[in-house]
Write a protein that binds this ligand. Structure first.
Ligand code: GSH
Length: 191
């Protein structure tokens, strides 16, 4: 069985939780206290960060890599499109997710100009979602899961109003209809 070294508040862990839930994979979650990280986490990941997955003594950190590993290990239901261009688009967006999450963290740190920078990041996402139903193209998948955790947290924990971003808002409503995403929303509500 897969073990996930996990932290409820961590959006990177949320990516992995959602993929596991979508694929119906049973796993054991070991909660890591981010405010007092145990020394052994460095044996699992030299950077000392979660998420890490472990299977038969083999460990893998980095949420974007874990998502792809899980996609290959448990191909059904597919979370990467069959179409090569859509697969590449999903990977590109995941590769560039920092363009969205950096302004989010700047806002969390209340840096100067962070409000405007996060608004710009949301407007860019909105524009992407005006042109296609899901971030990765025609189908729901890894790209949506890669961005979603920050939006759930921004809405619930930072009181973000998504009304000005109608495409993002509609996308989020469609996502929340999925049990795997609703489960994560429940985790966020409990933080
Ligand atoms: N690039 C990593 C980032 C993971 C990450 O930053 N996790 C945070 C919790 S949300 C963490 O473990 N922070 C502890 C630290 O940075 O020392 C990934 O995608 O998995």
């Amino acid at each position: 069985m897969i073990t996930l070294y996990d932290a409820p508040r961590c959006p990177y862990c949320a990516r992995v939780r959602i993929v596991l839930a979508e694929k119906g994979v049973e796993f054991e979650a070991v909660e890591v206290d981010l405010d007092d990280r145990p020394a052994w986490i460095y044996e699992k990941n030299p950077k000392g960060r979660v998420p890490v997955v472990e299977e038969d003594g083999w460990t893998l950190p980095e949420s974007a890599v874990i998502m792809e590993y899980l996609e290959e290990r448990y191909p059904e239901p597919a979370l990467l499109a069959a179409d090569l261009a859509d697969r590449a688009l999903a990977r590109l967006l995941i590769f560039r997710a920092d363009d969205f999450t950096d302004p989010y963290y700047a806002l969390r740190r209340r840096e100067n100009g962070a409000d405007a920078a996060f608004a710009r990041a949301l407007a860019t996402l909105d524009l992407e979602l005006e042109s296609r139903p899901w971030l990765g193209g025609a189908d729901y998948g890894l790209a949506d899961i890669a961005y979603l955790p920050w939006l759930l947290r921004a809405r619930t924990r930072m009181g973000l109003d998504l009304a000005p971003y109608s495409a993002v808002s509609e996308w989020l409503d469609r996502l929340l209809a999925r049990p795997a995403v609703a489960e994560e929303e429940h985790v966020v509500a409990g933080l």
